[in-house]
Design a protein around this ligand. Structure first.
Ligand SMILES: Cc1cc2nc3c(=O)[nH]c(=O)nc-3n(C[C@H](O)[C@H](O)[C@H](O)COP(=O)(O)O)c2cc1C
Length: 172
């Protein structure tokens, strides 16, 4: 006879009374962590985001989802050009600073591309994008971008987001 499992899965129908549980269930999907940057009238803007996903190789397409309820949403909804930075494990401080402060890059060294988009060095990968479509996604917006230029590193550990926590992944 099989022993009873230690933890019983919790089943639920998503609704207004259990959004916390749905958020927790979504959080069981381990992701990397990115910083999305754009130019704005008030200077370089950035946001920490784990909603990034690769979509297509040909053409090269990626997606991410800004939250409509975020104060910084208007910057990212209007940005025709932006960059997505896949963070390395040693960039955790920048990850937290950017989650707190849309202008965190003002205190972090960066340079800009021909479209004025702020670029951060030291990431595992970086994708300079042109927005090609936006789709409704409930309380988020789905932003699809074409990758116009990319860089990647062959070394470095990853930063991951799992169960609501940012963690360093040591691949050794
Ligand atoms: C690991 C992590 C992942 C996040 N992913 C997203 C995301 O995909 N989309 C988003 O809009 N905000 C995301 N956020 C929240 C933003 O980084 C930021 O904290 C939020 O926009 C702050 O609210 P404000 O813009 O109203 O100040 C994430 C935050 C963290 C720490």
């Amino acid at each position: 006879m099989n022993a009873a499992p230690e933890f019983q899965p919790r089943a639920f129908v998503p609704g207004p009374d259990n959004t916390r549980l749905l958020r927790d269930a979504f959080g069981r999907f381990a992701t990397g962590v990115t910083i999305v940057t754009a130019a704005s009238e008030s200077g370089p803007v950035a946001i920490t985001a784990n909603s990034f996903s690769s979509v297509s190789l040909d053409p090269p397409l990626v997606i991410w989802a800004p939250d409509r309820n975020s104060r910084r949403f208007p910057h990212f909804e209007s940005a025709e050009h932006y960059a997505i930075h896949v963070l390395a494990a040693d960039q955790d401080a920048l990850c937290f600073a950017t989650a707190k402060n849309v202008h965190a890059l003002l205190e972090h060294s960066h340079h800009t591309n021909a479209h004025g988009v702020p670029l951060i060095d030291g990431c595992l990968a970086r994708f300079e994008c042109r927005r090609v479509a936006c789709h409704e996604g409930g309380d988020h917006l789905l932003v699809l971008g074409q990758v116009e230029r990319a860089v990647l590193r062959d070394d470095g550990d990853a930063l991951a987001f799992f169960r609501g926590q940012v963690r360093k992944i040591d691949m050794n």
